[in-house]
Ligand binder design. Structure first.
Ligand code: PLP
Length: 392
C-alpha cells in the first residue's frame, strides 16, 4: 500500500479552488520597495475617531462578553432604521442577523440555501469570493459575463438565457467590485421581473451602497415583490472604513435568517461585541464623517478618469465603489502580463481583470482608495509605461 500524502486528506473541493489571484500580486509588491499599490480593496482612511472612541468607551464599561447570536438588539434596530430609509422594512428581532463581515453573511446565505448541485448565477467580473464560496457550499457557480460595452451591467435577456431548471439563486453586487458599475432602478426592475417569473432567490451584496456617485442607490429588496426573495447583505467595512473590525449583516425573510442563524450559532456564535458597539455609533452619528470620505473617493474617481484619458487608457466610467477598470486590450499584453510588467518596470501594483472572472480578461482593476498624491504619481508612471510599450 502506498503511503498517503497529507494533501490526500484535504477535501477535493477545497483543493480544486485556486488561491486568490489578488494575493499573488500583494506578495510580489510586498517584496519590492517604492511600490504604489492600487491593488487593495480597502479604504485608506482610519475609522472615524468618534467610532473608535465608542469602542474604547465600551471596553471601559466592561462590555467584553458574547452577545445574542443575532447581534445586539440596539444594533439590529439601527440597521432596520437604516434599511427603512432605503425603502424596505425588516423586523429587527426576526429578520436581521449581525455577522462577522459581509464575508460571513455571504457564506451563511450560500450555505443556508444551496443543496448539492444547485446553480447560482453570478454576473462577472465579480468579487473574488463568490465562486469559491458557492463551490464550498456545494453549489455550481454559473457565470454570466458582462462587458464594457454594456457598462458591466447585467441585462434581463442575459439572465434569462442563463437560467436552467437547476438555478436556485442570482448573486448581485452593485455598485460592483471590480468594475464600479451601478444599475439603476429601471434596469433592476427588469432583472426583478425575470427573478419572479423563474421563482429565483437573490443574494444582493450591497456593501458599496453608500459609495454611489451618479445617483441614488437602489436597494434590490425594496423593489416590488423582491423583499422576501432577497437576502440583502451589507456591512461597515467600506462606508465607515472599518475593514479590520469585521462587521456586517444580513436582512431577509425570517425563514432565511433563522436558517443562517442556525449555522452562525454553531460556528461563529456572534460577531465581536466591541465592533457591534462601535457600529451602533457609526449608524447613529457616523453620517457626516462617512460623507466626507465619500466626497474624497468621488474626487479621486474624477482624477483617475481624467488621468487615464490623458495617458490614453480607455476606461468605463465607474458610478460607485472605489475601483476603476480600464481596458488594456490595445496594448497587445494580457492583463496578467500588463500588471506584472507595470509592477516590475514602474512599481505600480494593479490587479489583472481575469482574476474577477469572464469579462475581465482585457482590463485591470485600479483601486482609487489611495491619496491624491499617490494616484497622480501612479498615473504618471502608467503613462510612461504605455509610452515604453509603444501604446501612446
Ligand atoms: N463583498 C464585496 C463586493 C467586497 O468587495 C468585499 C471586500 O472587498 C466584501 C464583500 C467583504 O466585506 P467584509 O469586509 O464586510 O467581509
Amino acid at each position: 500500500m502506498t503511503a498517503r500524502q497529507w494533501s490526500d486528506y484535504i477535501n477535493p473541493v477545497v483543493k480544486s479552488i485556486p488561491p486568490s489571484g489578488i494575493r499573488r500580486f500583494f506578495d510580489l509588491a510586498a517584496e519590492m520597495k517604492g511600490v504604489i499599490s492600487l491593488g487593495v480593496g480597502e479604504p485608506d482612511f482610519v475609522t472615524p475617531w468618534h467610532i473608535r472612541e465608542a469602542c474604547i468607551y465600551s471596553l471601559h464599561q466592561g462590555h467584553t462578553a458574547y452577545t445574542s447570536n443575532h447581534g445586539l438588539p440596539e444594533l439590529r434596530e439601527e440597521i432596520a432604521k437604516y434599511l427603512a430609509r432605503k425603502g424596505v422594512q425588516y423586523h429587527p428581532g426576526r429578520e436581521i442577523l449581525v455577522t462577522v463581515g459581509v464575508s460571513e453573511a455571504l457564506d451563511l446565505a450560500l450555505r443556508a440555501i444551496i443543496c448539492p448541485g444547485d446553480e447560482v448565477i453570478i454576473p462577472t467580473p465579480c468579487y473574488v469570493s463568490y465562486m469559491p464560496g458557492t463551490l464550498m457550499a456545494g453549489g455550481v457557480p454559473v457565470t454570466v459575463a458582462t462587458s464594457m460595452d454594456e457598462g458591466f451591467r447585467l441585462t434581463a435577456e442575459k439572465l434569462e438565457a442563463t437560467i436552467t431548471p437547476k438555478t436556485k439563486a442570482l448573486l448581485l453586487c452593485f455598485p460592483n467590485n471590480p468594475t464600479g458599475a451601478v444599475m439603476d432602478r429601471e434596469e433592476l426592475l427588469k432583472i426583478a421581473q425575470v427573478v419572479e417569473q423563474h421563482d429565483l432567490l437573490v443574494i444582493s451584496d450591497e456593501i458599496y451602497d453608500q459609495l454611489t456617485y451618479t445617483g441614488e442607490h437602489t436597494c434590490f429588496a425594496s423593489l416590488p415583490g423582491m423583499r422576501d426573495r432577497t437576502i440583502l447583505l451589507n456591512g461597515f467595512s467600506k462606508a465607515y472604513a472599518m475593514t479590520g473590525w469585521r462587521l456586517g449583516y444580513a436582512a431577509a425573510h425570517g425563514d432565511f435568517i433563522a436558517a443562517m442563524t442556525k449555522i452562525h450559532q454553531y460556528t461563529m456564535l456572534c460577531a465581536p461585541i466591541t465592533a457591534q458597539m462601535s457600529a451602533i455609533e457609526a449608524l447613529r452619528y457616523g453620517e457626516t464623517a462617512m460623507r466626507k470620505m465619500v466626497e474624497q473617493y468621488n474626487r479621486r474617481r474624477r482624477l483617475v478618469l481624467h488621468g487615464f484619458k490623458e495617458i490614453g487608457l480607455p476606461c468605463f466610467e465607474p458610478g460607485g465603489a472605489f475601483y476603476a477598470f480600464p481596458y488594456i486590450g490595445d496594448t497587445g499584453l494580457t492583463a496578467e502580463e500588463f500588471a506584472e510588467q507595470l509592477l516590475k518596470e514602474e512599481k505600480v501594483a494593479v490587479i489583472p481583470g481575469d482574476v474577477f472572472g469572464p469579462g475581465g480578461e482585457q482590463c485591470i482593476r485600479c483601486s482609487y482608495a489611495s491619496s491624491v498624491e499617490d494616484l497622480t504619481t501612479a498615473i504618471k508612471r502608467m503613462g510612461r509605461f504605455l509610452k515604453k510599450i509603444g501604446k501612446h
